[in-house]
Design a protein around this ligand. Structure first.
Ligand code: ATP
Ligand code: MG
Length: 360
């Protein structure tokens, strides 16, 4: 029986990159393995129905095996109180389904030029695990503004939230064992423990969890130093675990070092659910022009196949994931069908077709 995937194309370039990923996934897995159930959601859905996350979509996301998402948000679409609808859909799914680990692989593929000059760019291959349900973003909508003079938000760090994301990072480092050239498995805790008590607590809870993973080296970095290291010596990193806002910032920096948002995948994993989408937003400036890169969403689909393969004991999906990965690497390395954001001329459709062709 086909595995059902709750699929939300969303806004802006969301529909084109989602269709591209579906085409490649169907081509690689066979047409009957996955059933992409199309659902409404996002800013365009809000304009049509008054709902960012219609009940039917929420139910399907809760019930189905995984969620594939394009991107959400359109400029100028606002709630009655004047706040932007933005990617509210995505935030609600994150919090409702407790998608606590946001996994952002940062890997330089051959054929893609890094803007870094001084660094050893041949070894950029690390993963940022961003805590996705608390930190400063837990304050979302709950901040206080006083008399147009003062505003505050709360940075929330809990033992439970930190311990589970730290363990996720250590287990990922164990699975990646051997990914680094020095043969080491390493988790770097990214924080600002020297200034804020909440970050010192985050660091301490990560350190306590590390006792159960003696084979993984524990490393720390203050976030400001980290931005320098990710530019100067990115090859040192294996798995980085960070609070929500810090993880958001360093993952865009990391993406920029390996070709940008159009190539960077993202997966958000919870205890029972997972959502896969490119690390980029809805890019309304290029929507409908056919020039968006589908690579980020296709690679997010690869991650989805591996996640499904593990949970459903379906090695065929894992094998399909390997084939798509190899096809993407081939297409980029050949340099003929490169998307615009990687310096090429190929449209979203042409890149997608080249990847499908490389599968065969
Ligand atoms: P969000 O608030 O959702 O994080 P954002 O404001 O950070 O969104 P993005 O939508 O991620 O912005 O995109 C920033 C810019 O990067 C876009 O305006 C677009 O020019 C470029 N971009 C993003 N995604 C892609 C893509 N898949 N292909 C090509 N260019 C892209
Ligand atoms: Mg962004």
């Amino acid at each position: 029986m086909a595995i059902e995937i709750a699929t939300i194309e969303g806004d802006g370039i969301g529909p084109e990159v989602t269709q591209a990923a579906i085409k490649v996934l169907r081509e690689a897995c066979g047409h009957d393995a996955l059933d992409f159930v199309m659902l409404e959601g996002g800013a365009s859905s809000y304009q049509k129905t008054g709902q960012v996350l219609p009940q039917e979509t929420a139910n399907a996301c809760a019930d189905m095996a995984a969620i594939l998402h394009g991107a959400a948000g359109l400029p100028g679409v606002v709630f009655p109180d004047g706040t932007e609808v933005g990617n509210e859909l995505h935030l609600r799914l994150r919090f409702d389904l407790d998608l606590y680990a946001n996994v952002r692989p940062i890997k330089l593929l051959s054929g893609v030029r890094s803007p870094l000059r001084d660094a050893d760019t041949t070894g950029i291959d690390y993963v940022i695990v961003r805590e996705n349900t608390e930190g400063l973003y837990a304050s979302r909508g709950g901040g206080i503004e006083l008399r147009n003079e003062v505003a505050t938000d709360t940075l929330l760090i809990t033992r439970k939230g930190t311990d589970r994301v730290a363990r996720f990072a250590f287990e990922l480092a164990q699975k990646r064992s051997g990914a680094l050239r020095d043969g080491q498995s390493r988790v770097t805790v990214c924080d600002k423990a020297n200034i804020l008590k909440s970050f010192a607590f985050f660091r301490r809870v990560c350190q306590e969890a590390s006792a159960d993973y003696p084979d993984v080296e524990l490393d720390y970095s203050y976030v400001d130093a980290m931005t320098v290291h990710l530019v100067k010596r990115p090859d040192f990193y294996d798995v980085i675990v960070a609070e929500n806002l810090l993880g958001d910032i360093i993952s865009d920096l990391g993406a920029a070092t390996v070709g940008g948002m159009g190539i960077s995948p993202s997966a958000e994993i919870g205890p029972a659910h997972a959502l896969f989408q490119g690390a980029h937003g809805s890019a309304p400036d290029i929507a409908g022009l056919g020039v968006a890169s589908p690579v980020a969403t296709i690679l997010s689909g690869v991650h989805m196949l591996r996640w499904l393969a593990d949970r459903n004991d379906a090695p065929g999906l894992s094998e399909a994931a390997d084939r798509i990965d190899a096809a993407v690497v081939n297409v980029l390395a050949q340099g003929v069908s490169l998307p615009r954001d990687l310096g090429g001329q190929a449209s979203c459709t042409e890149v997608t077709e080249a990847i499908c062709f490389a599968l065969n």
